[in-house]
Design a protein around this ligand. Structure first.
Ligand code: GAR
Length: 207
């Protein structure tokens, strides 16, 4: 019997190049998963159009002025739970999730961060790494994919990480492209491994 592919919900805030890598890997069968929904905290971002082109439902959940983080997260929980994901993937989702959200998805929330574990948390990590290379001490940065158990910013148990060198003749663009290539590949690999494990545990439960 063909295995039922695990379900992914991808949370985004912008361009969605990593979402696109996931969608492409699912479409060609390399990643045994279904993207069942995309949620963006911003309207009119390219990530929403990418979801639409792949016939994946996309929902915009914009913060309301004056809304507390936990109130926003409670609304988000309602929408994401309806999609019944095996994993919630933060692919450039630029909000910190509170326990109000995380408590409903233990061991299921996966974040992508363009830096090595414990380094350069927050936004513009690629820009900051490149700037530090000009101060002559940073020779490399990297990519981390990790679980999100709590409200820490870009921290949590590391699933995989990869070093990305900064070459002497790099421009910001050449370095950024090397980082983006690496993050797309690493994210898809990690998701493939996680989804394989879900399929295997379902198969062993059904024997
Ligand atoms: C990616 O580079 C991702 O690693 C980064 O945002 C970008 C989103 O690009 N995430 C963080 O910085 C998290 N701290 P995308 O919208 O094209 O996938």
């Amino acid at each position: 019997m063909k295995p039922v592919h695990p379900s992914l919900v991808v949370l985004v805030s912008g361009n969605g190049t990593n979402l696109q890598a996931i969608l492409d890997a699912c479409a060609c069968g390399w990643l045994g998963a279904n993207v069942v929904g995309v949620v963006s905290d911003k309207p009119d971002v390219p990530a929403i159009a990418r979801a639409a082109r792949s016939n994946v439902p996309a929902v915009v959940v914009e913060p309301v002025p004056g809304e507390q983080r936990v109130e926003y997260d409670a609304r988000l929980v309602g929408i994401v739970r309806e999609m019944r994901p095996d994993f919630v993937v933060l692919a450039g989702f630029m909000r910190i999730l509170s326990n109000e959200f995380l408590k409903f998805f233990p061991g299921q929330v996966v974040n992508l961060h363009p830096a090595l574990p414990g380094e350069l948390p927050g936004t513009h990590a690629i820009e900051r790494a490149f700037a530090e290379s000009h101060e002559n001490w940073r020779t490399h940065s990297g990519i981390t994919v990790h679980f999100v158990p709590d409200e820490g910013v870009d921290t949590g148990p590391v699933i995989a990480s990869e070093v990305v060198p900064i070459h002497d003749d790099d421009t910001f663009e050449t370095f950024a492209e090397r980082m983006h290539e690496c993050e797309r590949a690493l994210l898809v690999h990690v998701l493939s491994d996680l989804c394989q494990r879900v399929i295997q545990s379902r198969e062993s439960e059904s024997v």
